[in-house]
Design a protein around this ligand. Structure first.
Ligand code: FES
Ligand code: FES
Length: 153
């Protein structure tokens, strides 16, 4: 099946089987391996991307469902000058990652939060990131980083 969608700033056209997930299409057909696959059944949030600015589990979405839509992956998460997004700067500054496996999904969930609420309190940050599992950090530093990025905006 021919599928066409925008990934970050680029329009891609790929030929996929109807059963191909968006996560696999991004990683294997588009070469965008920043989207991580953990559980592959909608639990861990590692595969979170934005589709038309809404977070989705790309392991649960078929690539054909993205046809004509706009997908944002961690590779497209950058400031207007092309440098690191302020969330990425804050994750570095606050040691909000260890192995980094959860980080792309965390960043995109956090970006979706800050797009809607530029000054979330810590309870809101925790609630909004509750669909993203981290096995390393204990979450405190991630909440610190998102709070700092909010203040930096
Ligand atoms: S890999 Fe998609 S939610 Fe875990
Ligand atoms: S930094 Fe390792 S899973 Fe979150």
């Amino acid at each position: 099946v021919q599928v066409s969608f925008t990934v970050n700033t680029e329009v891609v056209r790929i030929d996929v089987e109807p059963r191909r997930t968006l996560a696999d299409a991004l990683r294997e057909d588009c070469g965008l391996t920043g989207t991580h696959l953990g559980c592959e059944h909608g639990v861990c949030g590692a595969c979170t991307v934005l589709v038309d600015d809404e977070p989705v589990r790309s392991c649960l979405m078929f690539a054909v469902q993205a046809d004509g839509r706009a997908v944002t992956t961690v590779e497209g998460l950058q400031d207007s000058d092309g440098g690191l997004h302020r969330l990425q700067e804050a994750f570095i500054a606050h040691h909000a990652l260890q192995c980094g496996f959860c980080t792309p999904g965390m960043l995109l969930s956090a970006r979706h939060l800050l797009d809607r609420d530029p000054a979330p309190d810590r309870a809101t940050i925790r609630t909004e990131l509750s669909g993203n599992i981290c096995r390393c950090t204990g979450y405190q530093s991630i909440v610190d980083a998102v709070a700092a990025a909010a203040q930096a905006s």
